[in-house]
Design a protein around this ligand. Structure first.
Ligand SMILES: NC(=O)c1ccc[n+]([C@@H]2O[C@H](COP(=O)([O-])OP(=O)(O)OC[C@H]3O[C@@H](n4cnc5c(N)ncnc54)[C@H](OP(=O)(O)O)[C@@H]3O)[C@@H](O)[C@H]2O)c1
Length: 279
């Protein structure tokens, strides 16, 4: 239909990819315009519905993103850093709204995404949930209000198959805490303590990553001060939460000027007083 937004899903065989495809199919005003997997994958040439274990959908899984992007207005990308950077260049050429949930991106990856965003709308967030994005806003405010006498520790726990640590969400929270304290996270972050570490550095923002079972995502920001401790937390219980946010971002991005956006823009949570950079 002419007024429907064609949304493609790359990496559709992944944990998030499957949910993203289902979410697009369930969203009024959106059409699933195509789905890709990596070259050599067993799903190539199969009907997506059957590959997902259900009824046929009339959508054939492909390995080349180019023709898929050519018939789409947006692409949802929860894959891996190298794939996401390659997709960004193609999405920019096709002027698609590129919604990126992939985490673990390095500085060089981010530079290439910034270059792509000169030509197209790119919405990237380490966490697409409303609650978690609100938590970043609260974290910045609390860090600012409590000041450096309160030690900040960020604890996260995820399922056993997660590849990167700390999670992209923990880094988002770290960036928010650093913004509240008006410091750079890169200077303040204390990651992976082990052995005789010595006393905690003044002003450090610590990270601890736990892995196990099938946990979708749990994050706690702890402010430990003299005589008291304040904890702000978020628990994700269903990954579909992130898929809903991603589809919302794809629809929100239609018609926006090229540039890099985050879920704070999509959810209209951006604090005019503060810049909270995201991973
Ligand atoms: N922002 C958020 O809200 C949010 C929420 C959840 C997860 N995430 C992030 O999203 C990413 C994916 O998470 P996941 O749990 O879904 O992982 P996953 O199950 O490993 O899925 C990743 C998928 O990407 C595919 N892929 C890799 N390279 C590709 C390429 N060149 N072309 C097409 N597909 C490719 C993988 O295929 P193979 O299996 O064939 O390698 C896999 O199916 C991670 O970075 C995770 O941290 C973000």
């Amino acid at each position: 239909m002419a007024d429907e937004t064609g949304i493609a899903v790359v990496g559709v065989s992944g944990r998030m990819g499957r949910l993203l495809a289902r979410q697009v199919l369930a969203t009024p005003g959106a059409t699933l315009s195509g789905a890709t997997v990596r070259p050599g994958h067993a799903w190539i040439g199969k009907d997506l519905g059957e590959a997902l274990g259900g009824a046929p959908l009339g959508i054939v899984v492909e390995d080349d993103p180019l023709p898929v992007f050519a018939r789409s207005q947006a692409v949802l990308d929860f894959t891996a850093p190298a794939a996401t950077v390659a997709h960004a260049e193609l999405a920019a050429q096709a002027r698609l709204v590129h919604v990126i949930g992939t985490t673990g991106l390095e500085r060089t990856d981010l530079e290439r995404l910034a270059a792509a965003a000169r030509h197209a709308v790119l919405v990237r967030s380490g966490n697409m949930s409303v609650g978690l994005n609100l938590l970043t806003v609260m974290t910045r405010r609390v860090a600012e209000a409590l000041g450096p006498d309160y030690d900040i520790e960020i604890v996260e726990m995820h399922h056993r198959d997660k590849l990167d640590a700390p999670s992209g969400t923990a880094l988002m929270l770290g960036e928010a805490a650093a913004a509240g304290r008006k410091v750079n996270l890169a200077d303040a972050a204390e990651r992976g303590r082990d052995g005789f570490t010595g006393a905690r550095a003044d002003g450090a923002i610590g990270f601890a990553s736990l892995r196990g079972g099938d946990i979708v995502g749990e994050h706690t920001v702890i402010f430990a001060g003299p005589g008291e401790r304040l904890s702000l937390g978020h628990v994700a219980t269903d990954r579909a939460l992130f898929a809903r946010g991603a589809v919302r971002a794809a629809l929100w991005g239609q018609g926006k000027p090229p540039g890099e956006y985050t879920m704070l823009d999509v959810l209209d949570l951006r604090d005019p007083e503060a810049e909270v950079p995201e991973r």
